[in-house]
Design a binder for this molecule. Sequence first.
Ligand SMILES: [Zn+2]
Length: 436
Amino acid sequence: MNHCQNSFVPWRFYFVLSVFIPAATHAPAQDIEYAGEIIRTLSSHEYHGRGYVNDGLAVSAAYIVGEFRKHNLQPLFDGYMQHFTMPVNTFPGKVSVSINNRPLEPVSEFIVDPASKGLSGTFPVITIDKNELLQPKLINRKLRMASKKFLLINFRNASGMDEKDRDLALDIIRILKYDPGLKIAGVLELTDEKLSWNVSTVCATRPVVRINAELDTDEINHVKLEVENQFIDHYPVCNLAGLIRGKLIPDSFFIFAAHYDHLGQMGSETYFPGANDNASGVAVILNLADYFSCHIPDYSIILIAFTAEEAGLLGSKFFVENPPIDLKRIKFMINIDLAGNGEKGITIVNGSVFKEQYEKIRQINESCNCLPDIKSRGEACNSDHCYFYRAGVPDFFIYTMGGTQAYHDLNDDFNSLTLSRFTELVKVLIEFSDSF
Ligand SMILES: [Zn+2]
């Protein structure tokens, strides 16, 4: 993947070579094939959803470090790795749920709450309806009935509720799920919202399962579950960072970052591919590594693959709290998360905060006619730029629009991505950073 060698080939010879071996020897820096290879690899089964079961994160880190090496990045940490540990609730073993002997499909029909405790057995079910949640006496009665049983909260058709009532009901649901003082064995929440998974750094005192399946609530009388969890206090994780030293002002930095972690596994059978979120972002930074290792900029470029974004931006927070460089020397940072589509363009979080830079990237885009739209948003602490921004580092968070609606589910796989504007996105990023 190192295209730099081509620049040493005499042009006449180069011409001859390029006639016979067109793509392989002088692929463009924004090599879409390279991006595809990265995303396909990181979202494959062998990478276990880049999470906390089967060493998914460690295997992914090893792959990315290998790519950093190929591009001759200078390590910012020993072996590029900034190590730390974090607490995490994991589901390495059995995860199955049946209602009245009907097994539910993982993720499409049920998810275990990421904070859920494990439990195996068959339990009677007491149902409480969403309207009953607003009546304290009824709740207490149902809680008494549900002692050592499962409480099933029927929260379907909740969108029709008065907004205030709905918010109150959601607060009560939170208490029913997580209050350690309650005597119920577990909680099932019936919803008609699309199910999506997450990562939790805490473990609740009981099992909690969200269900979106065609079930007749009047008929539900028992649940059988086999859920094995393992709470790990100090799970080892690492950020990965490499540098391309600038020609003129090497102690001034432009950062490109993307988180490489995803959700991992919900049980031994079910892994979340996380192709768009965020193998695609890793593909962007590795393409940039490829480009800048051949086109050395005036100032230094830092490429970071963050860990544990999905667990609450833990990797980027740790980086900002333990920076290998003076944060004041960062000219600008771009965080990329969800880069796999783009037929509707991109959105820039902090675009309306850093107006001058937003105007600049917009103009670059207009002159290259690259992306159909660049939308601007205000600040939002919704990805790895957040702690940099809070520390005073000017930054953008860029995500692509259009294409798949898959998010934190099993459909976020390589085949669901269009990558239709990937090359254009990388081009805009290069020109933007070159303009500083
Ligand atoms: Zn993400």
